[in-house]
Write a protein that binds this ligand. Sequence first.
Ligand SMILES: [Zn+2]
Length: 326
Amino acid sequence: MIDNNFKTKVIGVDIRVDRTVYALVNIRGEVLARDEIVTSDYPVISDFVTKLSEKIVLLMEANGGFDSVRSIGVSAPSGNFHTGCIENSPNLPWKGIVPLAAMLRDRMGLAVAVDNNANVIAMAEHAFGAAHGLKDFVLVNLGSGMGSCIYSKGVIYQGTNGFSGEIGHTTYIAGGRQCGCGKQGCLEAYTASKGVLQTAKEVLEEYDTPSLMRQSQQLTVKQIVEFCHEGDQLAIEVMRRTGHALGVGLANYASLFNPEAIILSGAVSKAGKWLLEPTDEAFEEHVFHNMKGKIKLVCSLYEDRELIVLGASVLAWTVKEYSLFK
Ligand SMILES: [Zn+2]
């Protein structure tokens, strides 16, 4: 069959609590155009989908037209690839089960795939970044939460219900810090940004030595890293403890899956050597002995937002084309 209508562009969408970014991306992974809307302006999901659809159509019309676009990939917190739904996202304005893929497909008349941000980031790293050419790897995203994605034999291992890779909610310290998920002692309560800030609070209470962290009104992880660069010993201690927790968690993960590499992405991963050196030390100390010295820890090459839009475009290529008339 001759196909003269091969489509070379897709739409990648990155839904976050604050903003939703959408972009037109070509088959070579080049972002041709992008724009955004404020997610929280649309507390009702049907209003959000209507606005997003209108804006995507405008973007397509200004850049080659609707007919050149094949499909849409969407990254969303708690997005489920199997169902195409956002499922009980704790932070988005829309509660319960939101059938986003179906709603957007009906509005747009294009195939839509939905997945969670860790899986989408892993797709971007696999296609264009640090995981390029790898078949078995784990991606761990450290931001306001800790998500992960498992690639096995070159494809994502989703698990029976699409919830695989919840390393952030594996237990680091039984009976430890309260986690947002309701459990105590979860790894992300020590390694994601909120956990790092909690560690800073504890370190400042434990020591009475001076620290730049004491002068900050609203301490952030980025500031703590800057203070590390300035030689602040307590800031360095905060990242050392964070790295230790991360290294132990990653060692457990690696011992189960024996990946070629672990890719770290997200805001906390930008801490550089202050995080990576203690992570690597704890990792090598706790990983199963046959894997010692064999698993690479690699940081993402990209900024978060760039990565997710690219990953969402990769996701868009994985769905079958859809038309009402075929
Ligand atoms: Zn948890």
